[in-house]
Each structure stands twice: as C-alpha cells, then as structure tokens.
Design a protein around this ligand. Structure first.
Ligand SMILES: *Cc1c(COP(=O)(O)O)cnc(C)c1O
Length: 371
C-alpha cells in the first residue's frame, strides 16, 4: 500500500469557511534553555492537584473500561450544593471551551451575529466563525476594559449571543456589578448573554459582577465556569454552565455523549472537598499578582489592574521581541500579535525570572540564559 500523502484523487470537499478560520494558538511549552524553564503562557495553576485528588483520579481510572456517568450526577449535585443553585440549572462540559461550542450550537444559525469584546478570549471569533455566525468585535476601552456602551450599541436584531469575559483574558480587567447589571437589563431579553468567568475565583473585589447572582432573575444570562484554572484541573477537561432550564436542557442535548470522563468527574468532586486549601492557593497567587504588578509599575511599565491569575503588558510592535527576551531568560509568556503579552502568575521563582527579564528588557540589556 502506498504511504504517499497525495493518494488517489482529490481530498474530500471540506466546508469552505474553514479556510477563513484561524487555528487556535495554544500557549507555548516551557522554555528548554537548559535552565528551570517556566511555562507562563496558558494561565495554568502552578500547584499540583489538591490533596485527595490524585487518589480519587487513580480510583476512577480503574473504571476506564466503562463509559462515564453521562449525567455527571454526583458532580452536578455537589456543585448545586456548593453554588446554592438547583441541580437542573447546571450543565457540565469538557472544559468551558466545550461548553462554549455548545452555547454557539444552541443559540446561533449561520449568518447570525455574536458580539464580544476584542481583545478577549482567542476562542470567541474561532467558535463563532466555525458555527457559521459572524463575530462582531467591539474594541476594549483605552484602559483595557469592556466597552459596555459600545457593545450594547453593537447589538441588533441579528444578534443572538453576547460574550462577556470577566475578568477579561488577556487583559485581566474585570467588571463590577453596578456596571454590568444595567448592561444586562438594556439588552433584549431574547439575546443570550454568556458571562465567561474562567478566572472568577481570583477576583477578590467585593463589588465584582458575579454571574451566579446575575443569572438568577435573568433567564437569558449564562454563567460559564471551569475547573481548569484556579482548581488546577486543566488537563482533565471539565467546566460548567449555570443557567435556567431551557438553556441547560439545550446544552445537554448538543453535548458530546460521555464527554466528561469519570476521572474528570471524580477529580472535580474531590476538589470541591478542598475549598480551604483551594482558597489558600488562590490567596497566594493573588498576593503574587499584587507583587508582580507593583514591581512592573516600579520598573516603569503600565500594566492594567488584573483580577485574574495573569498580567497584561500592551507592547505593540515590541510584543514579539519581549516574548523572545523572556524565553531566553527561561520564561515562556504569551504574545498576541502586535498587541501585547500576557504573563501568567506562577510560582514565586518563575515570577522573579519574568520580572528580571522585564527589567532588563526596559534597560535594553540582553538576557543570558539561566545558569
Ligand atoms: C482558559 C479559558 C477558558 C476555557 O478553559 P477550559 O479549560 O476549556 O475550561 C474559557 N474562557 C476563558 C476566558 C479562558 O481563559
């Protein structure tokens, strides 16, 4: 048999729209400079699994010859208790990325509009275009926050979905309740509004907009959360949406059957048991975020106030050079075109490596690889 990739005849006909959709660019792996190599490019948790989670996963792995519970019964019940919402208001998915695809699937037809801020989560325009809908990108304000007035004006009768990322990836700016609430109430009630709260746990502002409160008397609002970031389960793929029943029922309908594995379900349940340890870790990262932010300000940078586990530097045309410079110092950060660089808050040593690299970059000192 021929192993040639050209094969016989043309390749099958694919949807032409695929040519217009960029591939998702994941954060690069840790630097391989011979030094420690810090991966600060994907907003992952620097901590190992919470106590008890590895044991729960090991036990669950022994059942891998069986399909998982398709209803995620135990996890749903535990989450319902944890969040004080009815279990019928929860839909589980393969990370919030999986749920995002499902949300597009249940809300948009080809040609419909999806309104979101830009820059925001890189997946938004991708999943929107893949569903045949049209992304309507509303530029952030000058201080890197959602421009809610402009977003409200961008909503027309073609709009079926509005995506609001708070805290915003990659800029870290978060919305406060007094700002978001009038926006939600201003939009038509038949337009779905998704509050992507992947970093909610890191937002320690008492005035923060909380999707779990805001969705309750608004049947068009969906709170989207994940175990990938603060909980440190990025590799297991589990997230959840909280919304009223018509939405969660529809989400279950379009889910990949048995998508959330038994190991993921067990790890999430075990993680919910470790609230105290989780909040300790979140507290440490928030302290580190403050330290990094202040140090960058002292160096002369102007990072916006971040409520997530990363900081943002708008570097314009210096974006790629800065990312290369950090890489040479052993830290992989996340460059975005000619916009800026997102730096995940990691362990203290990793943050120190980035701060040193940032300082040297400002002073134009070339960085030698770490010893
Ligand atoms: C990381 C991230 C997600 C998705 O993470 P999953 O691992 O798919 O749960 C969703 N939204 C934003 C804004 C993110 O940064």
């Amino acid at each position: 048999m021929s192993t040639s990739t050209s094969g016989r005849g043309p390749s099958p006909r694919l949807r032409p729209l695929l040519d217009s959709v960029p591939a998702y660019v994941p954060g690069k792996p840790a630097a391989s400079t011979g030094g420690p190599g810090w991966k600060l490019s994907s907003n992952e948790s620097p901590y190992p699994p919470l106590p008890g989670v590895l044991e729960a996963v090991a036990a669950a792995a022994g059942r891998m010859h069986r399909y998982p519970d398709p209803h995620c019964t135990e996890l749903t019940e535990r989450l319902a208790e944890h969040l004080s919402v009815p279990s019928s208001h929860i839909a589980l998915g393969t990370g919030s990325s999986g749920l995002l695809q499902q949300l597009l699937h249940i809300s948009t037809d080809p040609g419909d509009d999806v309104v979101h801020a830009w820059r925001s989560f890189e997946s938004y325009p991708i999943v929107t275009r893949l569903s045949g809908a049209r992304p309507v990108e509303v530029p952030l304000t000058g201080d890197e926050a959602h421009d809610l007035d402009a977003m409200a004006r961008a909503v027309t009768d073609r709009t079926r979905l509005v995506l609001v990322c708070t805290p915003n990836n990659p800029t870290g700016r978060a919305l406060r309740r007094y700002a978001l609430e009038p926006f939600l109430d201003r939009l038509p009630t038949d337009v779905m509004i998704v509050l992507d709260e992947a970093y909610a746990e890191f937002d320690n502002d008492p005035h923060r907009a909380d999707g779990l409160e805001l969705y309750r008397d608004r049947p068009n609002v969906v709170a989207l959360r994940t175990f990938s970031k603060a909980y440190g389960l990025a590799g297991l793929r589990v997230g959840y949406a909280v919304a009223h029943e018509p939405v969660t029922d529809a989400l279950r309908k379009v889910a990949v059957p048995f998508g959330v594995s038994t190991t993921a379900q067990s790890a999430a349940v075990a993680s919910l048991d470790r609230r105290t340890e989780l909040m300790e870790r979140v507290g440490e990262l928030v302290t580190e975020r403050g330290r990094v932010h202040r140090a960058l300000l002292e160096q002369g940078w102007t990072p916006p106030d971040s409520r997530a586990n990363f900081v943002w530097l708008r570097l314009g045309r210096q974006t790629a050079a800065f990312a290369e410079h950090c890489l040479a110092a052993g830290a992989t950060v996340r460059p975005y075109g000619q916009d800026g660089v997102r730096i995940t808050i990691g362990e203290r040593q990793a943050n120190d490596a980035v701060l040193l690299a940032a300082d040297r970059f400002r002073r134009r000192i070339p960085t030698a690889p770490p010893a």
